[in-house]
Design a protein around this ligand. Structure first.
Ligand code: G3I
Length: 322
């Protein structure tokens, strides 16, 4: 047999994987595609491990959605990337508008991380500890965490995470950091900040929500990844999709195949790039059309769960032979 994950592993990577979400799992054709480990050696919950799902009210933890996906990974023999502990979005009102002072918000954040990571201890091989803390210009994004605690919320989150599950690889995850520039520099500064504080960070995730025709080149992605690797972290492509106007034209699809190959080729070329995750595998369940009207067609399987041969083969070939 052959597949996206088989080729990634043959290229020396730990996995090729996909995001998924609980509602989709009732579609049996979808579920069987997701569970095919020739293609997917890793899954990531798209929503059900976020703060609003896990701790919708203070001190009240609800793990059923996350557990379903964690148990599916075990059943399938897939790795699990856990996503995400501290993020300004999908954050319940009791946190974002709670009016907590510095010390209280630190304790709320530590309690959330400790409870969730204890629940999933030993089950998550990666954790996205902090997600999207930066503005486009590389400065810190305004959020309840930054505005109340300051930049220290990041190293505090990582130190807490490391103390709970020392075996999980701890990641900072963001978008528009896949190319050299202010935001990438900001993310490198976050790695340095965490280390200066004496806390542990193991990896940086590049979400890679790209657009057909303006995906960074393979060499640009490689040199950007290497700038992070030089700081002593591994890297991963964590949420890859490459969108276009719908319906996709044949020339857009031809360019999209090149853009996928550039990104896979970049991960292949960097020894410390451990794997690639696509942000779900079928257009049927992509987040894009709901957010970018008139755009989509971003994934290797179409709305009817049919494999797009051109895109699929471009990924296979970019990994190289099995
Ligand atoms: O669960 C409710 C449902 O009960 C309700 O009927 C429905 C009506 O809108 O909404 C459902 O919640 C939606 C949720 O996805 C589950 O489907 C939210 O509205 C919707 O906003 C949410 O979108 C998610 C988005 O994060 C939120 O920011 C996407 O599925 C998810 O793919 C997306 O993932 C993010 C990563 O976590 C971080 N990087 C960017 C990426 C894409 O935005």
């Amino acid at each position: 047999t052959d597949g996206l994950n088989i080729r990634a592993v043959a290229a020396g990577k730990q996995y090729f994987g996909s995001a998924t979400d609980n509602g989709e799992l009732s579609n049996s054709a979808y579920l069987s595609g997701l569970s095919n480990t020739a293609d997917f050696g890793q899954i990531t919950p798209g929503n059900s491990m976020k703060w609003d799902s896990i701790e919708p009210s203070r001190g009240s933890f609800s793990y059923s959605g996350g557990d379903t996906i964690q148990q599916l990974a075990v059943k399938n023999g897939q790795k699990l990337r856990c996503h995400t502990l501290v993020w300004h979005s999908q954050l319940p009102n009791w946190v974002s508008n709670g009016g907590f002072d510095n010390a209280t918000l630190i304790s709320v954040m530590k309690n959330h991380i400790t409870n969730e990571m204890t629940h999933y201890k030993g089950k998550c091989f990666h954790w996205d500890v902090v997600n999207e803390a930066l503005n486009e210009d590389g400065t810190f994004r305004s959020s309840v965490f930054y505005n109340t605690i300051g930049p220290a919320f990041i190293p505090i989150a990582f130190a807490t995470a490391a103390s709970v599950d020392p075996d999980a690889k701890l990641y900072y995850n963001d978008y528009n950091t896949e190319n050299a520039g202010s935001k990438s520099t900001g993310a490198q500064n976050i790695v340095k900040l965490i280390k200066q504080y004496g806390a542990k960070i193991d990896g940086v995730g590049f979400q890679s929500h790209f657009i057909v025709g303006s995906t960074p080149s393979q060499s640009a992605q490689v040199s950007n990844m290497n700038a992070f690797v030089s700081l002593g972290v591994e890297v991963a492509i964590t949420e890859l999709d490459i969108r276009t106007n719908t319906p996709a034209t044949s020339s857009a699809v031809a360019q999209q195949a090149k853009d996928y190959a550039a990104t896979i080729g970049a991960c292949k070329a960097v020894a410390k790039c451990v794997g690639v995750t696509i942000w779900d595998y079928t257009d049927k369940y992509s987040w894009i059309p709901g957010v970018f009207s008139g755009q989509g067609s971003a994934l290797p399987w179409d709305d009817n769960l049919n494999k797009k041969t051109d895109i699929y083969n471009a990924i296979l070939n970019a990994w190289g032979s099995a």
